[in-house]
Design a protein around this ligand. Sequence first.
Ligand code: SF4
Ligand code: SF4
Length: 288
Amino acid sequence: MIISVASGKGGTGKTLVATSLALTLKDRDKVQLLDCDVEEPDAHVFLKPVITRSEAVSIPVPKVDEDKCTYCGKCAEVCAYNAIAVFPKHVLIFPELCHGCGACSYLCPEKAISEEGKEIGVVERGNSDSVDFAHGRLAIGEAMATPLIRKVKEQARREGTVIIDVSPGTSCPVVEAVKDSDFCILVTEPTPFGLNDLVLAVETVRLLDIPCGVVLNRVGVGDGKVEEYCRKENIPILLTIPLDIEIAGLYSRGITLVEGMPQWRESFLGLFDKIGGIVNERISGTER
Ligand code: SF4
Ligand code: SF4
């Protein structure tokens, strides 16, 4: 089963949930944690994995042979990302905008375009206390997160439980990380900001047709509007975590919740069982 852990906004406790869920399940099943928040991966701070493999990830960007080029403009026309501009006597490539789709080189009538690799980051793989671990680190100044996320997801095992830590928000990297999940946990807090971003996140996962449920963190601040929204939208609140100085202290020291306060293991097992129930019910519903 693939469970992604996402949130409409940063700082809601997404990594706290992903890492504690992984550590709770490791005694029960094979568990893998993939940190797909490649712009700011931080699950390793909590899991402290021993990294055993590192692989640079590149995307192919075009290179034009101006001896062959007729400046027909076809490449600029087909590029959906405006990464090529053709002038009467020159072709300009903007590598930082290129998604490496290959359309320009494929469609160039003069075969004037070749491709060269541009490194966008690195995928690192390792192990932490029986949790198989992988994350991506996007190179500084690099904007192409989605090809790197794809590479991290290629590390997914076909057995046991795979937990994906997703970047915050609702943009392309989030869609890339969440798609193909069996379930998406949305972590939020009971504040107007939390509600606003939760609504956007729910719209995104519903478009992807992925069942979701909410983990409500820092309960005790804000109001009851998130619960009200979840009731109205029929979204289960799977777990609540209170605003607690001890939990905040653990987090600031890079200690997972279930290691610092083992009494939380039962709650995370319960969270997993609820998710399993929803996923199984959905599967049997589609089989009927
Ligand atoms: S499509 Fe090929 S020939 Fe036409 S402008 Fe681009 S590189 Fe030059
Ligand atoms: S590889 Fe794709 S994104 Fe990059 S310049 Fe060519 S058409 Fe544009």
